[in-house]
Write a protein that binds this ligand. Structure first.
Ligand code: NAP
Length: 457
């Protein structure tokens, strides 16, 4: 069977790849097991040295990776550097520079007669499954720390980005990475499912909550660990003293960049009623100043969604809101004259909790707004979701920001648009947004067996 890659901007086929067969998948998992011993024997230092060579090879061909990503999933070329490529390189470098520090053994207890030493050991062969929304960054986030700690990886990228991950595989094949330590398989969810039924020791899955739940049930049956980075519906609470410029910049970037297809992106705006009108107007003006269109045009900031299917799903959510009397401030429909994967940047007011646009994760350029009068009311609205990935607070009152941050049930919180994304900071969610954390010492340790050895003094 062939996996076809479709350009969402033109609806044309960019290329195709043979889907992996069950036999090929089995062989790659077996090869990963065989490769592990030698890979482990290199120690963290030796593995980092080889991965420095992988980084160099990828860095030399970053533009090629970016170009094929834009064609495959529509991320504007004006943004892919900062959103995906440079970010991926920054994380890769940080992991390499900090691995030894966080994977070194440490003493957890000591008295006159005994020393307890903690060792971070690999778990084994990891099945890594990723989505399409940040093709390079997600690959780096999920694969590199596994390789550093000593877990060989069999990787399945999303079908939409099959040509991106194939290019990454080809580039890595020119590096000094030993055979079997990293390999890729190709195909849809069925192929991913074959992989997780194989003899693997760990699953690292990034994707939707629905698929994550299914994968978690298979992992629990096998009694192996599943690290799950899932969906989100991040609230932003805007208090009456917020700086309007900070609000519009934060909301625009975190809701409309990558056409709204960001897991921890800002998906529900909760504004104090006294400044709601001003914020609405500023956001509408901001959107009017942006160019929507072909993502290969450097002046375009908003491209298509990843596929017609994704735009159709968004249309259902928006139409449900409009039928329930939401007020369209701008947008509200698919874009005319462009492919069916384009949706107008949209803002909806008069939103109520029974609308899909509020209660479900929205993966597109659509912002629903609700208003509040008291802090408790704002928090209740913000926490009224099954998700708990990102959260945003906008206020000039630092005490209030701290108080609200402590009550927001999300794994990551940005105050006034400051970035929580840094390779040293944990990334992950509360509730149905996932289990476990990526990055920093937290991310390394998630991928390890943690052993304690007690010895006499
Ligand atoms: P998805 O449909 O869950 O797919 C994710 C990956 O899982 C793809 O590679 C997919 O393959 C594969 N897959 C699907 N069914 C499977 C199965 N039964 N067994 C094994 N693998 C299976 O998610 P998506 O639409 O690609 O991505 C969007 C979602 O990801 C959103 O909910 C977003 O919030 C979430 N996300 C979360 C994070 C995070 O860090 N928390 C980051 C990015 C995205 P195919 O696509 O080839 O079918």
């Amino acid at each position: 069977m062939k996996i076809r890659s479709i350009n969402p901007t033109t609806n044309g086929t960019i290329g195709e790849i043979d889907a992996s067969t069950p036999k090929e998948i089995h062989k790659k998992v077996q090869d990963a097991h065989v490769a592990q011993e030698k890979w482990l024997s290199l120690g963290v230092k030796g593995r980092v040295k080889i991965l420095e060579n992988v980084l160099e090879k990828l860095e030399n061909r970053l533009e090629e990776i970016g170009e094929i990503s834009t064609k495959s999933m529509g991320m504007p070329s004006s943004l892919r550097g900062v959103l995906d490529l440079e970010a991926g390189i920054e994380y890769f470098r940080w992991y390499l520079e900090n691995a030894e520090k966080y994977l070194d053994s440490e003493i957890s207890y000591e008295d006159e007669t005994t020393v307890n030493t903690v060792y971070y050991e690999p778990i084994g062969v990891a099945a890594v499954i990723s989505p399409w929304n940040f093709p390079f960054c997600t690959f780096v986030w999920q694969v590199v720390p596994n390789l550093i700690v000593g877990n060989p990886v069999v990787f399945k990228g999303a079908s939409e980005c099959v040509l991106v991950v194939k290019l990454i595989e080809d580039i890595i094949a020119t590096s000094k990475l030993p055979k079997g330590v990293f390999s890729e398989i190709y195909g849809g969810g069925d192929v991913g499912e074959i992989l997780i039924h194989e003899d693997i020791d760990l699953i690292c899955f990034t994707g939707s909550t629905m698929v994550g739940k299914h994968i978690s049930s298979i992992a629990s049956d096998k009694l192996i660990k599943a690290l799950l980075e899932l969906g989100g519906s991040a609230p932003a609470i805007v208090f009456e003293d917020a700086d309007i410029k900070k609000v519009t910049e934060t909301v625009f970037f975190n809701r409309f960049a990558n056409s709204g297809q960001i897991c921890d992106g800002l998906k529900r705006l909760i504004v104090h009623k006294d400044i709601a009108k001003k914020i609405e107007q500023a956001l509408v003006e901001m959107i009017q100043s942006k160019k929507v269109g072909n993502p290969e045009d450097e002046t375009v900031e908003i491209g298509p969604l990843v596929s017609k299917k994704q735009a159709d799903a968004l249309e259902v959510q928006v139409n449900d809101a409009i039928a329930k009397k939401a007020r369209v401030l701008i947008g509200g429909d698919k874009l005319k004259n462009l492919s069916e994967a384009f949706f107008e940047p949209t803002i909806l007011a008069n939103v109520t909790k029974d609308m899909k646009i509020w209660s479900e994760e929205t993966f597109g350029p659509v912002l629903p707004i609700m208003t509040f009068e008291t802090e408790d009311e704002a928090l209740a609205l913000a926490n009224d979701t099954e998700y708990g990935l990102g959260g945003y607070i906008l206020t000039e009152n630092r005490e209030r920001a701290q108080r609200v941050a402590a009550k927001l049930k999300t794994g990551m919180i940005s105050v006034n648009g400051t970035l929580y994304l840094h390779p040293s900071s944990p990334f992950g969610g509360y509730k149905r947004s996932g289990i476990g954390r990526e990055h920093g010492k937290y991310g390394f340790h998630e991928l390890c067996q943690i052993k304690v050895v007690a010895t006499e003094k």
